[in-house]
Design a protein around this ligand. Structure first.
Ligand code: ARG
Length: 506
């Protein structure tokens, strides 16, 4: 059929069509304006597929060589655009933003329907008609499934490195806090004194679970869809292990229908990201609160705060507020993905194209957050005197006081009531438990003696929680050391897996 008879001849699927696409529909259904970001993944997957078809005798060794070099050149298009942008604008190359490069590359290929089509068109410019052999025995359905797996895998690796950097910052901050104390809250009412380090280690525990969620997801997703065809499996006898190995996957996927339509790996990533987002949001909320004049526990670093255009005195906690806001976005993306997948019949459906932007947004949001949180955390300073005085007032030693009586043989329920009465007395007199005279206390119970006062000192109140996981100074020190050691091992695992743990973001 001649070009004249078939106005869609430049498409990847033109053979059976006589009428041109409606222009608005054509533009609306294109994914190239956003999936251009998958260029490195598409090129890597195409190079792996080229090796597979060469091994099946479809490409000669020379053709394979030519195709691999052509694909490599196509893979450099984004760098070339960054170079061109900086040459025309005079700005340094590394400052060209993703948006600028995206806009340029998308404008350069108005006919490209999606990243798969773009690579085929550009490869044709590099190696001529040979490019048309690349699609032998493969489908875009397996390509996009593969590209997205590779993208998510990279995003997980970047997230793991960023989390590591943040964990290290939190641990350093906990170490430098030493034995300093703060009030611990339940119901946002002062409850018991805790070490500042103990409070920070609570976030370390959450983030370590996040680390393991992302690592888990990585293991589960690391299988290669290439060779699954459009739905039923490749039509040619391929050795699927070649591509799987070339791309660093554990093995080929087990079922072609699942492989081409499964997006669990995206959902796993999104859900792990939204849980991490919730943790970030809780941390951000606490710091926002603790930085208020009313709490006055934390000095926000100026380098990470902003002023007000109207009120000259203001130092606003924009970092923590925005971080709290970003978690809404992560949660939204995870919900959008789950909703997208729910109710889709097997196998590939075009709806799935909608999931890509959610993943890109999650990856960008996480990389942004993890690029600022470690530095912000390291720059935090605590007003320890104020935190200590908040921990010393408000009867936060009442639990320790009840424990004193129960250690003397009084059943805890009774001890609780006696100390409750003592607190009542203190409230009436406007003094703390430490300030009640022994004579007053002995009216409540004859078990009180002089040793009561040292037993409810701040240090003893903290140290009486001398159990694994408790806030006693020795216990916190042990947890700090164990966590440091655990992270160092993880760090070296990351380093050997090719992820740079010092990289805060991708
Ligand atoms: N742009 C498409 C996507 O993201 C690629 C797969 C197209 N496959 C198809 N059968 N139309 O899902």
């Amino acid at each position: 059929m001649s070009q004249q008879q078939n106005p869609e001849a430049s498409k990847m699927w033109s053979g059976r069509f006589r009428e041109p696409l409606n222009y608005d529909f054509e533009q609306w259904q294109r994914s190239f304006p956003f999936d251009w970001r998958l260029l490195p993944q598409e090129v890597a997957a195409s190079r792996a597929h080229a090796r597979t078809i060469a091994a099946a005798g479809i490409l000669t060794p020379d053709e394979l060589d030519k195709m691999l070099r052509g694909l490599e050149a196509v893979g450099q298009r984004t760098d070339a655009w960054a170079h061109r942008i900086s040459a025309t604008s005079g700005q340094p190359e590394y400052t060209s933003s993703t948006q600028q490069i995206g806009a340029a590359i998308v404008a350069s290929a108005p006919q490209a329907e999606d990243i798969h089509h773009y690579v085929e068109l550009e490869l044709t410019r590099e190696v001529g008609g040979l490019a048309l052999k690349l699609h032998t025995g493969r489908s875009r359905n397996e390509q996009i499934a593969t590209d997205m797996r590779l993208f998510v895998r990279d995003a997980i690796d970047a997230t793991l490195a960023g989390l590591h950097a943040w964990l290290n910052a939190l641990i350093s901050l906990a170490e430098s806090a030493g034995d300093a104390v703060m009030p611990g809250y339940t119901h946002l009412q002062r409850a018991e004194p805790v070490l500042i380090a103990h409070w920070l280690l609570a976030y370390v525990a959450m983030l370590e679970r996040d680390l393991s969620r992302f690592s888990d997801a990585r293991i589960r997703m690391n299988f290669c869809p290439l060779g699954s065809g459009a739905i039923a499996g490749a039509t040619l006898g391929f050795n699927r292990t070649i591509a799987a190995k070339a791309l660093g996957f554990t093995a080929p996927t087990a079922n072609s229908m699942d492989a081409t339509s499964d997006r669990d790996f995206m959902l796993d990533f999104a859900q792990a990201a939204s849980t991490l987002g919730l943790h970030i949001s809780r941390f951000a909320e606490e710091l926002t609160l603790y930085a208020t004049a009313e709490f006055g526990f934390v000095d926000l670093p100026e380098a990470y705060s902003t002023g007000s255009s109207a009120m000259p005195q203001k130092k606003n906690p924009d970092l923590t507020e925005l971080a709290r806001g970003k978690s809404a976005r992560l949660l939204g993306a995870a919900t959008a993905l789950a909703t997208l997948i729910k109710g889709l019949p097997l196998a590939y459906n075009k709806d799935l194209q909608e999931g890509q932007e959610q993943i890109f947004d999650i990856a960008d949001t996480l990389s942004g957050l993890l690029s600022v949180l470690p530095g912000f955390t390291r720059a935090l300073t605590f007003r320890t005197a104020r935190m200590q005085s908040a921990a010393e007032t408000g009867y936060l030693n009442a639990m320790a006081a009840a424990t004193y009586l129960s250690n003397k043989g009084l059943p805890f329920r009774k001890a609780h009531e006696v100390i409750g009465n003592a607190v009542r007395l203190g409230l009436d007199k406007g003094v703390e438990l430490n300030d009640l005279p022994l004579s007053d206390l002995q009216k409540l119970s004859e078990l009180f003696t002089e040793d009561f006062y040292p037993a409810i000192s701040l240090a003893r109140t903290v140290d009486c929680h001398d159990n694994p996981g408790g806030t006693a100074r020795d216990r916190v020190e042990i947890v700090l050391q164990e966590t440091r050691a655990r992270l160092a091992t993880r760090n070296s695992n990351l380093a050997t897996s090719g992820v740079n743990p010092e990289d805060a973001h991708a």
